[in-house]
Structures are given as structure tokens and as C-alpha cells.
Design a protein around this ligand. Sequence first.
Ligand code: 5RP
Length: 224
Amino acid sequence: MTSSPATPAATPDDSQEGEKRRVAEAAALLVEDGMLVGLGTGSTVAYLLPALARRQLDIRCVSTSPQTEAAAAALGLAVGPFGSIVRFDIAIDGADQVTPDGWLVKGGGAAHTREKIVAATSDRFVVIADSSKAVDVLRAPIPVELLAFGLDSTLRRLGSTRLRDVPPSPDGGVIADFFGAIDDPAVTARFLRDTAGLVEHGIFPPELSTDIILATGSGVVHRT
Ligand code: 5RP
């Protein structure tokens, strides 16, 4: 990945909310008329939606959560069902952790299964994150979505996992957090992926993201 300052230029607002707004507005500028757009989930994406709506582009969107879908529709964005689109031109989403070499943890908002499907289905996957998300190495917890069938058995095989006190995902999955050690994210991702009963985990490998737009306090860095 190469790094360059992203537009728009930094404003004096270097609060966390200001950072989220800046990276979201920079990402909104990457969307063009006619595009099929995947919308992520979370408080950073909440700044993306009005920035996109203000541009009044002719785009079709699909959302990764009911919350984003409702917020996008309320702003007048055209949001359709996921099944109607098999390839996105661009998807834009937040992250909980971002390493210098592009590993991500996602799923703080429990939407990581849909988010990974959308990321894997997009020509361009743009990650937007405030500076608090920058980490040297990935750390626990890693969000996981589990099948309700055989849940106790899956939890026993995973070890070090805590169920979240939240409703099931929109797809019926049980949301939990994995607290095992992460010496090598690729090894942990493989262990999680190979655990029967685990639907999806929140480790996103570097090859899934084409762009990372990261706030750096007073500025914004765009890595591609
Ligand atoms: C939801 C996610 C979010 O993108 C991630 O949790 C970041 O959220 P926020 O922008 O609120 O910090 O993965 O499942």
C-alpha cells in the first residue's frame, strides 16, 4: 500500500467525532454516478451516509445492517436487498482495529458476517477509521458469529469465548467475542474459520481492503 494525504483537507476539529466525519467525507468522494455501493455499519459509517446523500448521485446501495439500511433510506439513498446485487463497485465500512500492514478487526457492531461478504464482493473496499483504531498488532477480542445449533459444543472447542448480551444477528447467528491469544492473525483466522459451527469471524486480511483512510489527529492518510 502507498500513502497519500486524502481530500478534503483536515479541519481544526481533531475530536474523535471530527476524525470520523473527515474520513467518511473523504470516502464519499470516491463514489461516482451509476455505482453499486455497499454500505457498512457503525458510528463512522453514520457520517458517510449524509455525505453520500448530499452528493445526490444516481447510485444503488446495499446495507450490511438494518440500522444502516433505515438511516440510508431516511436520507433518500436507494437501498435494495442484498440478493439483488452480486458485485459492488465500491463498499465503504469502519473498523475496530487497523494494523500498519492492513489487518483489520471488525464486528464491534456485530455485522461482520455481512460486512465480510460485501467486502469480498466489492471491486474496491474502503476502510474508514479514526486514529483510535490504529494498532501495532491485532488484539483480542475478535467478534464471532456462531450457529445456534450446537452452540455449547462450538464454544467448548473455541475456548476463551464470551457470549454478547445482544439479540441474534439479522441472519439468526449468535454473537460472541473470542479472547484467545493472537500471535499471528493468519493462524488465528484459520483456526476460527476451521471451527465447525462458527459462521464468520471479524479478522479481515489485508488483501480484502483496497483502501484505508485513517485519521491521524489533525490529518487524514489514504493508503492504497
Ligand atoms: C460493525 C463494524 C464497525 O465497522 C466497527 O465496529 C467500527 O464501528 P465504529 O465506526 O462505530 O467505530 O465492524 O460490525
